[in-house]
Design a protein around this ligand. Structure first.
Ligand SMILES: Nc1nc2c(c(=O)[nH]1)N[C@H]1C(S)=C(S)[C@@H](COP(=O)(O)OP(=O)(O)OC[C@H]3O[C@@H](n4cnc5c(=O)[nH]c(N)nc54)[C@H](O)[C@@H]3O)O[C@H]1N2
Ligand SMILES: Nc1nc2c(c(=O)[nH]1)N[C@H]1C(S)=C(S)[C@@H](COP(=O)(O)OP(=O)(O)OC[C@H]3O[C@@H](n4cnc5c(=O)[nH]c(N)nc54)[C@H](O)[C@@H]3O)O[C@H]1N2
Ligand code: SF4
Ligand SMILES: [Mo]
Length: 720
């Protein structure tokens, strides 16, 4: 009997459907068994009827009950006492004191509401507990806005410039591919529910190729690992296109009917012969030629590109170049062909009733400033010229802000769903900012994270087992509802309720601050008018937990062209890019570390993709998962270790332009020469020197969208 059947037949338990809230393309549906007796969750498993979840959760979320009932879970509001200790206080006190402080900042003519900065990201991707409930409050107050750039901006822009919107293959169709190229993604770690589909394709003869600087568990499980130098993928894509066009392997009919700018593209790739690309990428030219031929002729060919490869200075251009490939060979025509970066654009959600931007518009006056979240250190500076650097400037045509544009110093920082003291670039600058005596910091959290430990007030938040929410997905086509399964642990409250209480204490009178969560979500679902939502009703979500968008089956978004770009075609030449200040035809933008390594042959590139058992900095405190990852470390190639006298197991110092960390070395050829890899993201309490890997990351921005350059850091490595 399955766990599900066991619990369903037990009169002592209820089974409730929900959805994993984490920042992960799989957005799994789950079921929770709860004891009727004491309302405790007993078991949690992947929903068997959800086609992608297919009854399984990942190894991290399998431990979700351990995380939820963790002894370290925050259970009461905490306030920093004059001596420095965080001590429990009541919710009434916490809300009264926090709102009084915020009110004083808003009413101070030197500051005003722009001196309040909300800071959040991916702790939950729920529409309500993520940004929905929060934006209502920020809009009504006129607080500073945050550009949420930390993950996917460069690739997102590069992809949209090319195909118009975040649309891609139905992940279920990977099972029908005959060639699968996994490009800058560690599928078995960060998107594991795609793997069974790829396995099914392999059983029918498909070949699987992984392009990655590291021999990841995905690369090891694939047919071939193509080792590439970080940040050089655009050069590889350009050379592939050169071979394809030279050998006449492109789909002339598809190109003629559904693309613009082919002549300009052909001209561009003329200089990208595989020999030149080999010098840049480290991929042998014979491999490039073979990959180009296979990609164009083994049909259908599917590309899974994910966000790993765009955390570099040229990340936007890299994703743009790769996104041109399926249009060039016409693989969008075929079921099992095409490309998947993100499916989030399939969800045409009308969020106005949820986010309430009208509350901001009703205030009148110019819109508040927007900070780029990856420059939190700069944003918290008291120096106007430094603060101005943190203002959001996604495109080259956007004017460069000066000290005169900086606006008031940030006086209050409200953090939720995020752990910037571990995940944000330039941790020294972040710490300096958070350490400002005059900065008022409130953190909504499950645990005493590195960020919470620096707050003035820490407010205990509920987990997905304890609150309502609804989710779109970025790796498939199912919408899902999450119902609370258990009562809140301790005195914790949903983010939504915390923001409602703050709004009322701040005197905000809009009736939206009286709506309960269930009502907000029911109204949200009812308000959706796009045709793809036609089959999704509140009643159906309550009954099933999830529902597929009303898209055709099979779903081939661009089989007949129909790209949602200005031209209606796949844009090899993009006038929008030209207007936004970019090179309009795919190009190669070298990574930032290269300028350093050219002048200093001793320098290496440092990347820090996720450890298998963690989700960014989440789950690090779940003991079984932490034990599985053992300890922070630095992977280094034997030929890089030797000349530096770095020995396996011994400590090394890793130093970048902004900081340094100490890590034990692991000498291995599972990472390309010239690159070191530090799996992330550990809490500082588990690191040898109390410093996380983002001490090394500068607050530099990617070519597009102001994204972070986590995998493009020049470092020097020496024995400690
Ligand atoms: N277990 C687990 N799953 C996760 C996460 C997690 O932390 N842990 N994070 C979630 C989040 S927030 C996201 S955004 C996604 C991210 O998931 P992915 O997009 O898969 O991104 P990463 O794991 O950051 O990087 C994927 C791979 O890219 C490689 N890479 C780095 N630089 C380059 C490059 O220049 N070129 C190429 N070709 N490859 C490169 C890395 O070595 C890594 O193996 O995963 C989500 N899923
Ligand atoms: N060096 C390096 N840095 C990176 C990356 C990398 O690969 N390397 N990856 C980057 C990427 S892709 C991303 S997306 C970011 C992710 O960075 P974050 O969005 O900060 O993700 P997490 O580290 O998982 O932290 C989320 C926090 O939210 C809390 N949380 C979860 N649910 C709730 C809730 O309902 N309410 C409240 N109040 N809190 C909640 C969790 O307890 C957790 O502490 O990190 C980025 N930083
Ligand atoms: S983290 Fe991803 S794979 Fe794991 S349960 Fe959540 S959605 Fe599924
Ligand atoms: Mo991310």
């Amino acid at each position: 009997m399955s766990r599900r059947d066991e619990h369903r037949t037990d009169p002592g338990t209820r089974v409730i459907t929900g959805v994993c809230p984490h920042d992960c393309p799989d957005t799994c549906a789950w079921e929770v068994a709860v004891s009727r007796d004491d309302e405790r969750a007993l078991d949690l498993w992947g929903h068997p009827d959800h086609p992608l979840t297919a009854g399984r959760l990942c190894g991290k979320v399998d431990r979700y009950l351990e995380r939820t009932y963790h002894p370290e879970r925050l259970r009461t509001p905490l306030r920093r006492e004059p001596g420095g200790a965080l001590t429990p206080i009541s919710w009434t006190q916490a809300i009264a004191e926090i709102s009084a402080r915020l009110r004083a900042i808003i009413d101070d003519p030197r500051h005003g509401p722009e001196a309040i900065l909300p800071y959040s990201y991916g702790g939950t991707l729920g529409l309500l507990q993520g940004e929905g409930a929060a934006s209502r409050l920020w809009h009504a107050l006129g607080a500073s806005q945050l550009a949420r750039t930390i993950c996917a901006e460069a690739g997102g822009w590069g992809h949209r410039y090319t195909t118009g919107r975040a649309l891609g293959m139905d992940p279920l169709d990977f099972a029908r591919a005959r060639l699968v190229v996994i490009w800058g993604s560690n599928t078995l770690t960060s998107n594991m529910h795609l793997w069974p589909l790829i396995t099914r394709a392999r059983k029918q003869g498909a070949r699987v190729i992984v392009i990655d600087p590291a021999n990841t568990r995905t690369a090891r499980a694939a047919d071939e690992w193509i080792a590439i130098r970080p940040g050089t993928d655009a050069a590889l894509a350009l050379a592939l296109m050169r071979v394809i066009i030279d050998e006449g392997l492109h789909d002339r009919d598809y190109v003629a009917r559904h693309t613009v700018g082919f002549d300009a593209l052909r001209e561009r790739v003329r200089s990208w012969d595989p020999a030149r690309a080999e010098l840049i990428t480290g991929v042998p030219q014979a491999t490039i030629t073979r990959l180009a031929r296979d990609y164009a002729t083994v049909r259908p060919a599917a590309i899974r590109v994910n966000y790993g490869l765009q955390r570099h200075r040229g990340g936007g251009m890299a994703v743009r170049a790769i996104t041109c490939l399926p249009a060039l060979i016409g693989s969008w025509r075929e079921r099992g062909g095409g490309l998947l970066l993100s499916s989030s654009g399939s969800f045409h959600l009308d969020r106005r009733g949820l986010d309430r931007p009208d509350l901001l518009a009703a205030r009148g006056g110019p819109p508040p400033r927007t900070f780029n979240m990856i420059r939190l250190g700069d944003a918290l500076s008291l120096e106007p010229a430094i603060r101005a650097r943190a203002l959001y400037r996604p495109r080259p045509v956007d004017p460069t802000p000066t000290a005169a544009d900086a606006g008031p110093p940030v006086q209050a920082l409200l953090v939720y769903n995020c752990n910037p003291a571990a995940v944000a670039p330039d941790l020294a600058a972040v710490r300096r900012g958070l350490g400002r005596a005059d900065l008022f910091t409130v953190v909504l959290e499950h645990f005493m994270t590195d960020t919470a430990a620096l707050a003035d007030y820490v407010l205990p938040a509920t987990t997905q087992l304890e609150h309502w929410d609804a989710h779109k997905a970025y790796g498939h086509l199912y919408f899902a509802l999450n119902r609370p399964a258990i009562p809140p642990v301790g005195e914790s409250l949903p983010n939504s309720e915390i923001f409602r209480r703050l709004a009322r204490a701040l005197g905000l009178r809009d009736p939206c601050f009286d709506e309960d969560d269930e009502t907000i979500l029911e109204r949200f679902v009812a308000a959706q008018t796009h045709e793809s939502f036609a089959s999704i009703t509140w009643a159906r979500l309550l009954e099933n937990g999830f529902a597929r968008l009303a898209l055709p089956e099979p779903y081939l978004p661009f089989a007949e062209g129909g790209f949602p770009t200005p031209s209606g075609k796949c844009e090899f030449y993009s006038q929008t890019m030209q207007d936004d200040g970019y090179e309009p035809v795919p190009d190669y933008t070298p990574p930032a570390y290269e300028a350093v390594t050219r002048g200093d042959p001793g320098a290496l590139c440092c990347i820090s993709p996720p450890a298998h058992s963690f989700l960014n900095s989440s789950f690090v405190n779940v003991e079984r998962l932490r034990r599985r990852e053992r300890a922070p470390c630095l992977l280094i190639h034997p030929e890089d270790a030797g000349p530096r006298r770095v020995v396996d197991g011994a400590s090394v110092v890793v130093e970048s332009s902004v900081g340094r960390v100490e890590l034990p070395a692991r000498v291995t050829s599972d990472v390309v020469r010239g690159t070191v890899l530090a799996p992330g993201i550990w809490w500082t309490r588990d690191t040898p020197d109390g410093r996380g890997v983002n001490e090394l990351t500068p607050q530099d921005e990617t070519d597009m969208g102001g994204g972070a350059v986590f995998y493009d850091i020049a470092v020097r490595v020496r024995p400690a």
